[in-house]
Design a protein around this ligand. Structure first.
Ligand SMILES: NC(=O)c1ccc[n+]([C@@H]2O[C@H](COP(=O)([O-])OP(=O)(O)OC[C@H]3O[C@@H](n4cnc5c(N)ncnc54)[C@H](O)[C@@H]3O)[C@@H](O)[C@H]2O)c1
Length: 442
């Protein structure tokens, strides 16, 4: 099932698992202890189970194969061919074949109940992320979900409550946080080169018209939210790194947002130009505005502009802008301006900063990451670092509070757009612990 888990089914499923918390799942279970700073039990080899072996799951399996100290014990997909192709790849790489779970929509429940898995990686369509994460947590497994982790505030809270109750981590697998430029900029910010941070800009601008209208892969599910929702459907790739620069959930937090959407045109025009009048897709009515722009205000008074456009002819852009009292960095292409630099008020290249500020993760493992290539190497480094956190018995870089906070602009932007751009408050998923300063990827 790809497009069809409705809200009632999701809530029923979560309630059946006993993981929603309060009456509508909107609040924390009373007395639940935080997962902030909770270390993994030290583990020499991380045993993965992967749910969803489509485009993303398969490419992450390729990265896992290249990891030392990782094993893929089980894979699951409703598409048997996809699961068996993944098994074949693993075997071809000289590794033990994982068991394949292919018996329908809920066979993932059998996978998560195995007793030989440390971490479940969920790479399925958005509506499945939460039921799968909840099942994994209930089965006492750490879990990482693809982006966005959840699409409603109820389900953001459901993940927080379930992670705390199970005493297991629920991560959002936000690979862009491990990008070469993102980690370089994190170092620049930490070194104080940009001064006091004031403003950030983040986006997911990616021409997905062909994929959205495809008869395969994401075309089977990712277009349908465009018929139902109007807001930022995919906030985390741009927002995660900017949240890390600002120390969101580690000294600052998202306070509220306002959001506006443009008119809808790109997807409809592309569809009409590429599909004949009798194609069923021609009956679809898209309500998602092409460009959604939200402005987030943080508790410390900073602002973040967050954009989403996947249906227009534009070059790929996550913007990745951060500015402070002493300078500004902006990506695509990467450039920097620091107060008083030679050449006047003009952006310059970041090349001269690389030697001094390249992140240690990229210094030590960047060559292998680049060779493997997943999104320029960030995919491998995200997994490499996860395995290192397990091996060292330290907390993961990203936790359930980040998963909830970074995903929540999706429902909040929709609520703002449909109410005349009214301000929408972010829940404090950390329950007051956002003010604690702690590192991110030390
Ligand atoms: N982080 C990134 O850079 C990145 C890139 C692409 C996609 N994604 C995310 O990854 C997720 C998957 O995207 P994709 O591109 O792989 O989509 P896809 O459609 O190619 O793959 C999804 C797979 O999930 C399987 N599936 C659906 N329901 C299932 C169920 N009940 N049990 C088991 N398997 C089930 C499908 O059969 C399919 O093989 C999405 O959340 C997407 O947003 C992230």
């Amino acid at each position: 099932m790809h497009e069809g888990l409705n809200r009632r089914e999701l809530l029923r499923g979560a309630a059946a698992l006993g993981l929603l918390g309060g009456s509508a799942g909107l609040r924390a279970a009373a007395g639940a202890a935080s997962m902030i700073g909770v270390p993994f039990a030290p583990t020499r080899t991380v045993r993965f189970g992967v749910i969803g072996t489509g485009g993303r799951g398969t490419s992450m399996i390729e990265e896992m194969i290249a990891l030392d100290n990782a094993e893929i014990r089980a894979v699951c997909d409703v598409n048997r061919d996809a699961a068996l192709t993944a098994v074949g790849k693993i075997e071809k790489a000289g590794k033990k074949a994982p068991e394949a779970y292919t018996k329908g929509d809920h066979d993932f429940e059998s996978l998560v109940s195995r007793d030989d898995l440390d971490f479940i990686y969920v790479a399925t369509p958005w509506d499945w992320h939460v039921p799968m994460a909840l099942a994994a947590l209930k089965a006492q497994k750490h879990v990482g979900v693809e982006v966005p982790a959840a699409t409603t505030l109820e389900n953001c809270w459901a993940l927080v409550n379930a992670s705390e109750k199970a005493r297991r981590h629920c991560l959002i697998m936000e690979n862009c946080c491990y990008g070469e430029n993102e980690l370089l900029v994190l170092n620049l910010v930490r070194a104080g080169l940009l001064g006091e941070l004031v403003h950030g800009e983040a986006a997911y601008i990616h021409d997905l018209r062909e994929e959205l209208l495809s008869s395969h892969g994401e075309g089977l599910w990712r277009r349908f939210p465009h018929t139902r929702q109007n807001g930022n459907l995919y906030p985390t790739h741009g927002l995660g790194p900017v949240a890390n620069y600002m120390g969101v959930n580690r000294g600052d937090r998202f306070d509220f947002l306002v959001s506006v959407s443009s008119l809808q045109a790109g997807l409809e025009q592309y569809r009409d130009a590429h599909f004949p009048p009798d194609d069923p897709k021609r009956q679809e009515k898209y309500v998602e505005g092409d460009m959604n722009t939200s402005v987030i205000k943080t508790a410390l008074g900073r602002t973040i502009v967050l954009q989403h456009d996947v249906v227009n002819a534009r070059p790929y852009d996550r913007i990745n802008l951060i500015s402070g009292t002493k300078g500004i960095f902006r990506d695509y292409p990467p450039r920097i301006y620091l107060d008083g630099q030679a050449g006047g008020e003009a952006f310059t290249s970041i090349d001269s900063l690389k030697a001094k500020y390249e992140h240690p993760l990229w210094q030590t493992s960047g060559d292998l990451a680049r060779k493997l290539g997943g999104h320029g190497g960030m995919d491998f480094l995200m997994l490499y670092r996860l395995v290192e956190c397990f091996r060292q018995g330290i907390p993961p870089d990203i936790d359930v509070y980040d998963a909830a906070a970074w995903s929540s602009p999706a429902p909040l932007s929709q609520a703002s757009v449909t109410s005349g751009s009214s301000p929408q408050k972010f829940p404090d998923f950390t329950r007051g612990r956002w003010q604690e300063k702690r590192g991110w990827l030390l």
